[in-house]
Design a protein around this ligand. Structure first.
Ligand code: NDP
Length: 445
């Protein structure tokens, strides 16, 4: 495989899909060596087949707003690869959603799901619908209209969507209701369901918990732990909330949170009621972190700034893609940050990653460290299939074990000769090999 040849072909076919190119290039570069050590991969065209999604459904979602006006959004489901299990991946409702975003996320999801060691292929979906400022009824109408089309290509053994940015328990509920009405089936077709109707305990917290479990494993490799560490978290959404909760529980102090409007620095740490307040803030539809500083006098709001200028030991980006650039990383390195563990998907720009890799910062890509969310979705699918519900401790224990195993796989394939660990390479190679061998076994399909 020649990465440049595959990239040139991809860019020529899809010239405007920049995020997608970024994700593919990163993976291909880190698997190049292992790929070329296996001539059977080249013979079977594994790389060429991997970079094309199995199929993409693009559809319109017409719905009626509270003023009686017809609105139309554009939606997609990208079914990327089902070599190791049914397609699985979240649904994102955000005005910036494009086919490129969803292809990048679906591609990444394929390797992430492989890392969890559960039987799940990769997919992603969503719409350029902005839930901010919409009434509850408008959200319901939109979700129902979205499912009216999506239900044709999903099913418990075919494709099992979940939540992502802009899609939480409420939206999953409205979509599930419509799916059930259309198909007459009460089955595990979506994950992130309410606990009273098939959802798994711990699923809301799982991604953030997993990020912190993974961070803890990374710290162990340098003989450290979370106790007393200063942590900066970006975002205040679902992943950020779980991460803050677990980091605090394990003895760390979260000193900053951020929103699209800036960040808050809280000298006393984000703990107790303040963590519950994050949920309140998220549900308020206000789109900003500033009210945190109005509510808690220990916090100062820094308008229009990113939180990476705050001196910290651990950085957990949990908001959105490309939220850490070169300057941000240089700030972290200058301030002696020891670990950057990604909660969001692709939060670091390629330039930022280059600087990280030249530094001594411990760094994990989201596909490894944020895999706890989809892993717990996999546990939800298992519970649905068995028609059983596991207790909170049981799910948390399994989640913890999965994160420890993913960390071990990264170490196995990413250990450098000087003893340091390249988590990007480790995660990409471990995730890739399982998918590639499954594709080989199943022939050219
Ligand atoms: P949410 O919508 O719950 O939260 C996203 C958070 O980021 C919100 O607080 C949002 O604020 C904030 N935000 C948006 N833009 C910016 C910005 N430019 N600067 C700072 N903050 C910003 O989404 P999730 O927590 O579910 O997802 C966050 C990330 O984690 C995404 O990359 C997602 O793909 C990834 N992820 C999520 C998983 C999950 O289980 N939910 C699983 C694996 C990965 P506001 O709401 O005001 O826009």
């Amino acid at each position: 495989m020649k990465v440049s040849e595959i990239m040139n072909g991809l860019i020529a076919r899809t010239p405007n899909e920049l995020e997608y190119h970024q994700a593919v290039k990163e993976v291909l570069e880190s698997i190049e060596e292992v790929y070329n050590d296996h001539p059977q991969f080249e013979r079977a065209g594994i790389a060429e087949r991997l970079v094309e999604p199995d199929r993409v459904l693009m559809f319109k979602v017409p719905w009626i707003d509270d003023k009686g006006k017809v609105q139309v959004n554009r939606a997609y489901r990208v079914q990327f690869n089902n070599a190791i299990g049914p397609y699985k991946g979240g649904i994102r409702f955000h005005p910036n959603v494009t086919l490129s975003t969803l292809k990048f996320l679906g591609f990444e999801q394929t390797f992430k799901n492989s890392l969890t060691s559960l039987a799940m292929g990769g997919a992603k979906g969503g719409a350029d619908f902005n839930p901010k400022g919409k009434s509850d009824i408008e959200i319901m109408r939109f979700c129902q209209a979205f499912m009216l089309e999506l239900h044709k290509i999903i099913g418990p053994e075919m494709d099992v969507p979940a939540g992502d940015i802009g899609v939480g328990a409420r939206e999953i509920g409205y979509m599930y209701g419509m799916y059930k009405k259309l198909t007459h089936q009460h089955e595990g077709v979506l994950t992130g369901k309410g606990v009273n109707w098939g959802g798994s305990l711990i699923r809301p917290e799982a991604t953030g918990f997993g990020v912190v479990y993974f961070t803890s494993e990374m710290l162990k490799t340098i003989g450290q732990n979370l106790e007393g560490k200063r942590v900066v978290v970006s975002g205040f959404g679902n992943v950020a909330w779980g991460a803050v909760k677990k980091a605090t529980e394990l003895g760390a102090k979260v000193i900053a949170l951020s929103g699209p409007d800036g960040y808050i620095y809280d000298k006393d740490g984000v703990s107790g009621d303040k963590i519950d307040y994050m949920t309140e803030l998220r549900l308020s539809n206000n789109d900003v972190i500033q009210p945190y500083a109005d509510t808690f006098p220990s916090a100062i709001f820094h308008a229009g700034k990113r939180p990476w200028e705050v001196p910290c030991d651990i950085a957990l980006p949990c908001a959105i893609q490309n939220e850490i650039n070169e300057d941000d990383v240089m700030n972290l390195v200058k301030n002696n940050c020891i670990c950057l563990c990604e909660g969001a998907n692709m939060p670091c720009t390629p330039g930022a990653i280059k600087i990280i890799q030249e530094s001594k910062l411990l760094y994990s890509p989201g596909k490894a460290s944020n895999a706890g969310g989809v892993a717990t979705s996999g546990l939800e699918m298992a519970q649905n299939a068995m028609k059983l519900t596991w207790g909170k401790d049981e799910v948390d224990k399994r989640l913890h074990e999965i994160m420890v195993d993913i960390h071990s796989a990264c170490v196995k394939y990413g250990k450098n000769s000087n003893g340091s660990i390249d988590y990007v390479k480790g995660a990409n190679v471990a995730g890739f090999l399982k998918v590639a061998y499954a594709m080989l076994d199943q022939g050219i399909v």
